[in-house]
Design a binder for this molecule. Sequence first.
Ligand code: ADP
Ligand code: MG
Length: 377
Amino acid sequence: MTSTQSVHDGAATEGIWAAPGRVNLIGEHTDYNDGFVLPVALPHSARATVRLRPDGVLRLYSEQGDGEAVELVVADLAPGSVDGWAKYPAAVVWTLRAAGYDVGGADVHIDSDVPTGAGLSSSAALECAVAVAYNDLHGLGLTGPELARLAQRAENEFVGVPCGVMDQMASACCTEGGALFLDTRDFSQRHVPLDLAGAGLRLLVIDTRVKHDLADGAYAELRAGCERAAALLGLAALRDLPAAGLDAALDRLPAELRPLVRHVVTEDERVLEAVARLDAGDLAGLGPILTAGHASLRDDYRVSCPETDLAVEAAVAAGALGARMTGGGFGGSVVALVADTALDAVAEAVTAAFTAAGYAAPRTFTAVPAAGARRIS
Ligand code: ADP
Ligand code: MG
């Protein structure tokens, strides 16, 4: 699709951009503690067909929306001024302008196959698809990490969700065939090859299809708890607490903060251990780290739920090398590392366990690490 009418010095003003959802392998609730994460991009993505408009109007339509187009005046955008799904793309345009970029209106058509609200980051996919489109169409020259930080700011300040930076970094910066090892303190990052097929392994994603109401309020509370603990320990962030000093530090904290700190500190260690094993070519060695991470989220951070616990248990009992909930928690998805030969048995065992428990059937799919946000047409 090419544009004949241009508002930018003869440059094409139209195209299609895609940005993926993600599944985080390990490093959960560490990204707002300046810690480490290890996500992979999903083959599922949000696609934005974008044509710039010269009249300052932002016209938004989503195939997954309510069937109505939303028209906004870019100059009038302000946090709190937009309701519903349209606030995610509007947030990106507002944030670009707040950061000093002279961008205006556009027609934006969204179509996404990232399951929404499933802990697979459909929101960051949507934000990053719009961000990368504006970056290209306006020739802004922003890098992937810069776009990710703008998209995070959009979600924090305009949408009003106090998320860390992992989702946007994964969507903007992941590369095909590997995981993104990201230090959320300084945004340094490295592509860690993940040749699952070569090792006879698969990543099985199990979308439990449940999202418990607790999710939004609890996230902000947990984040505040971590910040309070860091302040009590005299640290800039929990990332600064070495594992060797954990026990002594816990003694100095009120009882209710101890499990939070234990999760964050041990989770950072698990990310480093996972990267070391992958670097050493020991892909199967990731399995026990996933399962240990789930236990920590279940028992210490307390963000799992009966459905994700059951999916993990059933997957491991049926032969998965390891499994854990992924994403913020209170429902959403589980990621399992499974040998090729056990894939069907594990998926069937999880579905059978859900049926036996009276839960609706989960959606299962395998994920091959895909590329980050990019122009596709
Ligand atoms: P997650 O990012 O884990 O999927 P969130 O609650 O952060 O869950 O974001 C989900 C929200 O993002 C949806 O409720 C919707 O408002 C918005 N969203 C994501 N994808 C789309 C889409 N294709 N069309 C419209 N809205 C979308
Ligand atoms: Mg999200």
